[in-house]
Design a protein around this ligand. Structure first.
Ligand SMILES: [Zn+2]
Length: 180
């Protein structure tokens, strides 16, 4: 069995349960049952509005949003479930930080809950650079089910990888395309 790279930080008994579910062929069904709702945030400008609306609701006083885009080159895991870039510009005599939010393209077709989870994650980084306690408090303030959603997102990414590997085997192509 391949290692569960998206779940590497979770205890072994949790990973064992997930492996069991995969072995029974039940992971995709479980996710499809739990997350039925697609979303309609297709374009970068729709994404911007979506992020701005969540920010207005929960983080009105933090720094203004900069650019918000879907990015097909982002590696979800390597770049810590999305990325957050601080772009500093000199404006007059003071340095003003504007925040750019890039969301991996995989979220465009993901269930609505996972898009909300990753946007909440990125918005929390407007106030907290590290993945520390107050960072996760911000996340659960914006989305009470944050931890469950992040775990299930990792299951979803695992499922996508397994499905892609299966398609490659069926097509007789053993090569691994640019991994997520
Ligand atoms: Zn992060």
């Amino acid at each position: 069995m391949e290692p569960l790279k998206y779940l590497a930080g979770y205890p072994e008994h949790v990973q064992a349960r997930v492996r069991e579910l995969i072995g029974q062929g039940g992971l995709g069904t479980m996710l499809a049952d739990r997350y039925r709702q697609p979303h309609v945030v297709r374009s970068d400008s729709q994404l911007y509005d979506y992020v701005q609306a969540l920010k207005d609701r929960h983080l009105r006083k933090s720094v203004p949003l900069g650019k918000v885009v879907y990015d097909s080159k982002l590696k979800v895991m390597k770049q810590a479930l999305g990325t957050h870039t601080v772009i500093s510009r000199v404006q007059g005599d003071r340095l003003k930080a504007s925040r750019e939010i890039r969301i991996a393209t995989v979220f465009r077709d993901a269930p609505a809950e996972f898009l909300r989870m990753i946007v909440v994650h990125e918005l929390a980084h407007l106030k907290e650079a590290e993945h520390n306690k107050s960072f996760y408090q911000l996340c659960t303030h914006m989305e009470p089910a944050y931890h469950q959603l992040e775990f299930d997102l990792r299951l979803y990414l695992t499922h996508l990888d397994l499905a892609a590997a299966m398609r490659r085997r069926v097509a007789g192509d053993p090569s691994d395309p640019a991994g997520r």
